[in-house]
Ligand binder design. Sequence first.
Ligand code: ATP
Ligand code: MG
Length: 376
Amino acid sequence: MKKILLPGNTLGVMGSGQLGRMFSQSAIRHGYKVHVYSPDTATPSGKAGASESVGSYENTKKLRKFLNEIDGLTFEFENIPEIALSTIEDFAKKNSIPISPSPHAIRIAQERSVEKTFFRKIGLKTAEFFLIRSLKDFEANKGWIQYPCIVKENKFGYDGKGQYRIKRESDLIRLLKSKKKIDFIIEEIIPFEKEISVIGARFLNGSTAMFKPSENIHTNHILDFSIYPARIEKEIITKAMKSTEILMDGLNYVGVLGFEFFIKKGELICNEFAPRPHNSGHFSMDAANLSQFDLQLRTLCNIPIDKSLESVPCIMKNIMGEHFLKDMNSSAKRLADPDFRLHLYQKDIPKKGRKMGHWNYIVKENSGNLPEAFEN
Ligand code: ATP
Ligand code: MG
């Protein structure tokens, strides 16, 4: 039985952005100290009270020093280099500090081809895809590829970055030839009716906790709204939650994850998982009996929960950099309504495509419509 980390312990986080911030807010409220590691200073996490260790993810000397100062480690993002992951893994083995999730799960999430192959291995359905690492791979597979298709960088993708919609073979060849390094998956386009995601948590003793699916609406490839619970049939809710359980058990996962799905003609297709709290789970900060960050804390500290997760309906809306000033200028009306809750991440420059914060709107009557107040 691994030890329990009680309040007073120092919890480390790889990364210092908004997810680290919201984890820090939860952990600090519970009496833990938080220490984040990233290349940046004056970060969203630091501004929420975490101490900051500044170093590149490749700087193993600084990373080891940081690891020596913490009692347990979690992650706010998965795209950290292998050298950092193996340093963490070695350190944890020698010093037996808890790490959640495991570097094993993070490695799977980092690489789309590995992730989708893993989904299939455990019996979950994915879109058709081909791994292309050279023009030769393309030649060998070209007879199977259907157009239009989506090309995604195999590693380290987020917010739709490194993705291309391709209409015809000649465009694909041009794209591949324009790249210094070819490491892509070519994916079938799913004409989905809805996108949903499930936030799940699994503890060291193998017990799990989950929210129902949220319904996700993207604008410019970035999550815009997330509606909890998703307005979908009961069978799909059950299936998505069962799939999340299968994934967490299959990974022998400890921690919180967000699992994204497409729904096409009543069928559930697995897209990807994030080995950490997920943007679509932010509703839980105001609408649920425990937030996804409170769960991240409990999974890391080996404190399994003994009740089910519950949440009232909620609509989350991201505040993007390009809308930040306008949104803030009209915020008084929403702030006057106690059913609107504002979370800002204290980022200095409201750049286009940058997530500056989010609103949660507690829905008293689930009319199924977005609240008028969100319409500008
Ligand atoms: P994020 O960080 O937002 O989760 P990502 O860069 O990891 O994004 P995906 O989640 O795979 O990449 O894709 C981003 C979005 O692009 C999806 O949420 C979906 O709207 C669309 N998309 C991705 N793959 C497909 C597909 N095969 N068919 C149709 N749409 C897709
Ligand atoms: Mg995604």
